[in-house]
Write a protein that binds this ligand. Structure first.
Ligand code: COA
Ligand code: AMP
Length: 624
């Protein structure tokens, strides 16, 4: 057996001992006596009798252990020309003040707090302060529009909202506060108060009685201590796109998450306390939660918070500059970021200006790592590149090359092997296990390891129906792919209507709901089409109502504006074409799988129930 195999085997055959040992690495207020409990046929709880707090683990434990003067957070913002370091002691002090300010506004254990912020230190401080009180944060990505924010506010019913006056996108100043104000006019639920960070680039108008200035509130607050909570107490809700217009609020616990992340920092990323970890994501996404905030801080690393892009701020050398300047040991980003760098600097000329000797490994996730991007990054940087597969739901990698245990030979196109704790099988549509190299639905045998979703916020039925009922005894990932004869997993794409645009997960169903509201639209379908930079882009196919006089150009313009207004610029919805017919079954169901296959350039398997196969030709003509 290789070390990886031995490690994996122990985790699978004796999970109780394996995970209790991992739990013992952390300073609990009350150490759990048991790792796993089964609550019902397919529901489990990790470390049920333990008590802890993730904010304590991320901050206090390091100060108590004498690491208070080490940098915890480095904020680097080329868009505001700012670089600022926070030691663990300084970050703890800010978080204590922020938690105190929230307490003054009435926030207590179990309350929800929505955080709608750009990539500034206050976003991290706010998350850790919410966790400190045993309250539950729900961070909403800043690129989402007011309508999306309103949906999340209504679902999470927060007592408090924390936001900032603006975000900065390359050179554009995006006023966040008016978006928040608009969301609150759209939402039925109203928070008791809001806390607003006023940024130098744009001041926001504060509504007396409701909106409070962040700096004033923190200055006058009493520092708050971390509240011990049960291991399965919710730490956060993170909304992610499903197949309908209503996003799913993934709920994560304190205990299982802390243990899983701490384990992953050593086993997967091969980092220890004192190392610098640079995850170029956003706190609005799961990567930001797990590997900008909680993972690196719980492990005692220094985390880099980057308010900028891989290119344009100011150029395609930005990542290399950050790695050199902060002596990053790990760089983690989405493949799309490296495609953008490669497009602007194909020969990696800018790389020559920087010393990357401290950088040990580059990790990529969020979308499929295409072999061309893998080859380019490996060749130009000379560093190992690890593709690893995970989802908002799992919170940490399901498959990876475990650099801290035993780096295995790489197979480009594969996110390597299952991480200990995840038992992966490929199933056909009837739930039968498929042999090696046969493509099917990727499923994970229950119980899931610690750190994965507990449920969908306020909706256990949706959790069961969406993830646990397709294949009894398994968690259904929504991804398709295969496992080869050596046990390497190849993730080939979603089997549902979720698409991945620049590493951002979006729902085509949600876009369809918006487009269908246009008065000229009779029926529509949005599919993901391949894009050389962003991986996928949404593409609308629209049937107009009889007698509608609108021109195709005008309709496209209006639909693009509607999606941008409702979901936000991040949807990148820019193309909609009129078609005479959409492919349907005789019972009237749009054949989305067929459309997806056409868009991917494959020869679709057209079911015999198709109403009129001739429409496929017209659709092919419209696709770029
Ligand atoms: N707040 C407000 N608007 C935002 C935003 C935010 N946080 N993030 C993105 N947007 C807007 C952009 O300004 C842009 O608006 P525009 O249509 O008016 O130009 C739109 O959303 C699309 O943004 P983006 O996807 O970032 O595209 P881009 O063309 O500006 O940049 C890349 C292309 C490849 C550089 C960029 O997509 C990128 O950095 N991708 C990596 C993202 C990532 O790390 N994802 C993984 C999460 S794990
Ligand atoms: P998110 O929940 O936003 O992290 O998106 C998760 C989805 O992104 C997965 O279900 C996959 O479809 C895709 N994904 C993430 N990482 C990878 C990867 N390494 N390879 C292929 N697809 C990936």
């Amino acid at each position: 057996m290789t070390s990886y195999q031995a490690h994996y085997h122990t985790a699978m055959t004796d999970p109780e001992t394996f995970w209790l040992e991992q739990a013992q690495q952390l300073p609990w207020f009350q150490l759990p006596g048991k790792a796993l409990e089964q609550l019902s046929a397919n529901r489990y709880r990790w470390f049920g009798d333990g008590r802890l707090n993730c904010s304590y683990l991320a901050l206090d434990q390091h100060v108590a252990a004498g690491r208070g003067e080490q940098n915890a957070l480095i904020y680097d913002s080329p868009v505001t020309n700012t670089q600022q370091c926070y030691t663990y002691s300084q970050l703890l002090q800010q978080v204590e003040q922020c938690a105190g300010a929230m307490q003054q506004l009435g926030v207590t254990t179990g309350d929800r707090v929505v955080i709608y912020m750009p990539m500034i230190p206050e976003a991290v401080i706010a998350m850790l302060a919410v966790a400190r009180l045993g309250a539950i944060h729900s961070v909403v990505f800043g690129g989402f529009a007011a309508h999306e924010l309103a949906i999340r506010i209504d679902d999470a019913s927060p007592k408090l909202i924390i936001s900032a006056s603006c975000g900065i996108e390359v050179t554009k100043v995006i006023p966040y506060k008016p978006l928040l104000d608009k969301a609150l006019t759209l939402a039925s639920h109203q928070p008791v108060a809001s806390l607003i960070v006023q940024r130098a680039q744009l001041a926001a108008e504060l509504q007396p009685g409701r909106d409070h200035d962040w700096h004033q509130a923190l200055a006058s607050a009493q520092p708050a201590k971390a509240v011990p909570v049960a291991s399965d107490h919710p730490l956060y809700i993170l909304y992610t796109s499903g197949t309908t217009g209503k996003p799913k609020g993934v709920v994560r616990d304190h205990g299982g998450y802390a243990v899983a992340l701490n384990y992953s920092m050593a086993a997967i990323y091969n980092v220890q306390a004192g190392d610098v970890f640079f995850a170029a994501s956003d706190v609005g996404w799961v990567v930001g939660h797990s590997y900008i905030v909680y993972g690196p801080l719980i492990a005692g690393c220094t985390t880099v918070l980057y308010e900028g892009k891989p290119v344009m701020t100011p150029d395609a050398g930005a990542f290399w500059r950050l790695c050199q300047q902060y002596r990053a040991k790990v760089l983690f980003a989405a493949p799309t970021a490296f495609r953008a760098i490669r497009k602007d600097d194909p020969d990696a000329q800018l790389l020559q200006d920087y010393d990357l000797s401290v950088l040990e490994c580059i990790f990529m996730a969020g979308e499929r790592l295409d072999p061309a991007t893998y080859d380019w990054t490996t060749e130009k940087t000379g560093k190992p590149v690890v593709d690893h597969w995970w989802q908002t739901e799992t919170g940490w990698p399901i498959c990876a090359n475990l650099m801290g245990i035993e780096p295995l030979p790489v197979k480009p196109g594969s996110s390597s092997v299952p991480v200990p704790g995840f038992c992966i099988e490929v199933l056909d549509d009837a739930g039968r296990v498929l042999p090696a190299n046969q493509q099917g639905n990727i499923a994970i045998k229950l119980p899931l390891p610690p750190g994965c979703l507990q449920t969908i916020w306020g909706n256990d039925e949706r959790f069961e129906a969406g993830y646990l009922s397709n294949f009894p005894g398994y968690y259904s990932s929504g991804d398709g792919g295969y496992i080869d004869e050596d046990g390497y997993v190849f993730i080939m794409g979603r089997t549902d209507d979720v698409i991945n645009v620049a590493g951002h997960r979006l729902s085509t169903g949600e876009m369809e709901e918006i487009i269908a509201r246009h008065p000229a639209v009779a029926e529509c379908c949005v599919i993901g089409i391949a894009d050389a930079l962003k991986g996928q882009l949404p593409f609308g196919l629209v049937m107009v109502k009889n007698g509608s006089a609108i021109s195709p150009e005008q309709l496209e313009q209006e639909l693009v504006a509607m999606v941008r207004e409702d979901i936000g610029a991040v949807a990148c919805f820019k193309q909609a074409k009129i078609v005479q017919k959409l492919p349907k079954t005789r019972s009237g169901k749009i054949l989305r799988k067929v459309l997806r296959e056409i868009a991917d350039g494959k020869t679709p398997q057209v079911p015999s129930t198709i109403e009129d196969p001739s429409c496929l030709e017209e659709i092919r003509m419209h696709l770029p």
